[in-house]
Design a protein around this ligand. Sequence first.
Ligand code: ZN
Length: 481
Amino acid sequence: MGTIILVILLGLAVILCFRAATVKKPALPKASGQALAEIDVNKVAERLSQAVQKKTISHTDLSKIDWAPYQSYVDMLVENYPLVHGTAERELVNDYSMIYHIRGRNSDLKPVLLIGHIDVVPVEKTTEDQWEQPAFDGVIADGFVWGRGTMDMKLHQLSTLEALELLLAEGFTPERDIYLGFGHDEETRGELGAIAIARIFEERGIEFDFILDEGGGVTKGAFSLLTKPMATVGIAEKGITSIRITVEGTGGHASMPPRNTAVGLLSKLIADLERQQFTPRICAPVKEQFERMGAELPFYFRLLTANFWFFGPLFKRLMVKSPVGNAMMRTTTAATMIEGSMAHNVLPPRATAIVNFRLLPGETVPDVVAHIKQVAGSQKVEVESLIGDDPSLISPSDSEGFKRIENTINEVFPGVLVSPYLVMGGTDARRYEKVCQNIYRFSPMVMEQEDLGRIHNVNERISMENIERSVQFFHHLISDL
Ligand SMILES: [Zn+2]
């Protein structure tokens, strides 16, 4: 009996090690030999600075928006990119969102769509004095363009136009049609921008070969065992919903309270939701990312990533220990707001809380509602979804489009590991699912861990090197089409 167990264990060890030892590093495409475009970085920086100075600040209440800078942004593009505007057909959508169409030689090929947004998030009043340079002056100093929108995502958006302008000057005509789609309300869910643009494409029956939006970038040190910088290309994004949970109680004077107040019952429910989290899962984009990373990691770690069929439970247990890993493994639960009585000596007739959930692909908003009710058990609660976006579909990482993006990354950022990944936040990209199966999210910039904290935050800025690479990236990608 003992011998049989020993043989089985030995066999298992051989299989695990064999799988880990035979993981192939992704074959790097042959360098095209095509030199990267010469970019006049200072000129691009100046145009980016101009863009930052247009305060295209988003607000969920449209009546609070000053539309003049949006108009001025649209006009600025016409002025700064004359060849694009002389060649492409441009159409405005809801005044400030834009579609550009450049016709290619072969109308049988599916077109490609590059998307972006021109709006930015506001600057918190209380943080204004923490900025090393004012947020909307577009200061160019110390090798950076400073200001709100430089990273998210005016450089990315302008780079598509910069690259096209350069290519048109070289007499370029693309093989296939190229579309650009710029929304003006991405930060507030894209009703007027991305959603409207996608609807137009749908009505016209246009289907895209692939779509590229903002998303991952080239980061260093995201995973301590990985020495190479990693370029992450989003192939899916998590869903988001905020749920209002209401518990009814008995109002009245606080001098003779019932055993459980509405606040107490609601608090218990929130604590239960934190304890009874969604089951962790290794969804496809995360699995792919770790399998790709595995090739570059020490053997003992590859043993794990090459054998999820065996080590999956251990992997999940390790991952959920950190907030980042946890967010990759499950639909997360974050209680963000809570409200009871309006006075210190009055019992609340009802208590409400808002819990924000970020949904892993495969789960839906109704699943979250059902989960809350199941955790509440016999406790009577009212559950209402305030906003709800299901997770995106998962785009394949072996499509032609993905390969084109991957090739371009390898040319512009030599020596990086390119990997698919799951985007934690929301982008405009998901709005285009009816017109494209291959939707990718990548921002061509190198970011240190510290830079990631600047997005939607103080001291947002972009380096001259990133400005150059960003334009080179789109120049290479578009000329490859
Ligand atoms: Zn953005």
